[in-house]
Design a protein. Sequence first.
Length: 129
Amino acid sequence: MKTEKDIRRFMQQNRIAIPKDDAFMKDLVRQINLLPVPAAFENESVAESLRLVHMIRTILKKRARKQVLYLLPVMIVTVAVLLVAVSFLPPASEYDVIDFICTWKYPLLGLTGTMVLVVSIFHTDIVRL
C-alpha cells in the first residue's frame, strides 16, 4: 500500500511545469479568445432568428387559414349537391342507410376530413380563448 508521502512525491514528479511569469496566462487568454462562441452567448443573432421564425410561422398560419376558408365552401357545396342527388335516387335495397353509407362513403369521408382540418387549424385559437 502506498503511503501519503509516496503519493505526494509521485504528484510532484509528474506535475506540469508552469512558468512563473505572465506568459502562460497571456497565452491561455489568447487561446480562449480564439475558441468559437456558443450560440447561447450571441443574444442579438438568437433574438433576430427567433423573430424571423415567429414571423414565418404567423405568415404560414394565415395562409393555411385562407386555404381552408377557400376550400370549405367548395366542400360543403359538393357534399350538399351529392346529398340532394342521392335523395332523388330510388332506394336500391331495404337497408337504405347502410346502402347510402356504402355508396357515398368517400364524400362523407371528405366532409369528415375537412371538418377535422378546420378544427385542427383553429384549435390553437379556441384553446387560447
